[in-house]
Design a binder for this molecule. Structure first.
Ligand SMILES: [Zn+2]
Ligand SMILES: [Zn+2]
Length: 261
């Protein structure tokens, strides 16, 4: 199912035009200071017919694999045809992108990501359907050296929470956004969900699955965990979707120890 979704996203992403974004050093520095994500909804290069296609086909794939029940499937198909789709997607996007702002006085302190207002199956479908458009924007920001200025636990581009990470060959930990797949450097032993930086209260364990090394970081304050691909001894780069699925046994192990994703 994940491979089919990935294929669908790749096909659409190839058609998304390169966005024109203001990513000057000054803009990035200002947004870093405010903790404010860089991409406003209006700047996303959204083609409505492609978005409709993504919504409907994503729902088809999820339904075929039993990940969407009939009721939700009908709801998603209806919204895929509805004129309100753009408004709904805008609300979904903004609920996360515009909620995190750090007051200047609180600089150095991190704000935990909040959950979006549109919950459930609809949010999942919208998130998957928006991925090609958001990832296209992330590709542009990823090239900018000033991205290294970003120190927050939420995504510099879209404000999304990290849902995977990678340990680079130089032993840095880079978080990977669950919405747009942007990667950014973050303290290796600080919890991105509650800002706990007491290393004695971070439980970390390594695991080898197949031909890849992974690490789980679990927080003993908020009890959430984050998985990471360890690229230090790997012949291939991280593949977030593939690695998330390959590491499902680690979710089970972490949950057995009382942590949640
Ligand atoms: Zn993002
Ligand atoms: Zn935590």
């Amino acid at each position: 199912m994940h491979l089919e979704l990935l294929e669908l996203q790749r096909r659409i992403q190839g058609r998304v035009p390169v966005p024109t974004l203001d990513l000057s050093a000054e803009t990035i520095a200002r947004h870093q200071a405010e903790g404010r994500p860089l991409l406003p909804f209006d700047a996303i290069p959204l083609e409505l017919s492609d978005l409709r296609l993504m919504v409907r086909q994503t729902a088809d794939v999820l339904k075929r694999f039993g990940a969407l029940d009939d009721f939700d499937y009908q709801r998603v198909q209806a919204i895929g045809r509805d004129m309100k789709l753009l408004a709904l997607v805008g609300e979904w996007y903004r609920s996360t992108a515009e909620r995190s702002t750090v007051a200047p006085a609180a600089l150095g302190h991190v704000v935990p990501p909040e959950s979006p207002r549109i919950q459930d199956a609809m949010a999942e479908v919208l998130g998957l359907a928006m991925r090609p458009f958001l990832s296209r924007c992330a590709e542009v920001l990823q090239q900018r050296p000033d991205l290294a200025l970003w120190t927050h636990p939420h995504c510099a581009l879209c404000g999304g929470a990290p849902d995977f990470a990678v340990i680079t060959p130089s032993a840095e930990r880079h978080l990977i956004c669950g919405r747009c797949a942007l990667r950014w450097k973050f303290e290796p032993l600080t919890c991105p969900f509650c800002a706990n930086s007491d290393r004695t209260r971070i439980t970390s364990f390594a695991a080898r699955l197949g031909d890849a090394d992974y690490r789980v970081y679990a927080c003993d304050v908020c009890h959430r965990f984050l998985k990471a691909f360890d690229a230090r001894r790997s012949a291939r780069p991280v593949m977030p979707v593939v690695d998330s699925v390959a590491t499902l046994p680690l979710d089970a192990a972490a949950m057995q120890r009382g942590y949640t994703s």
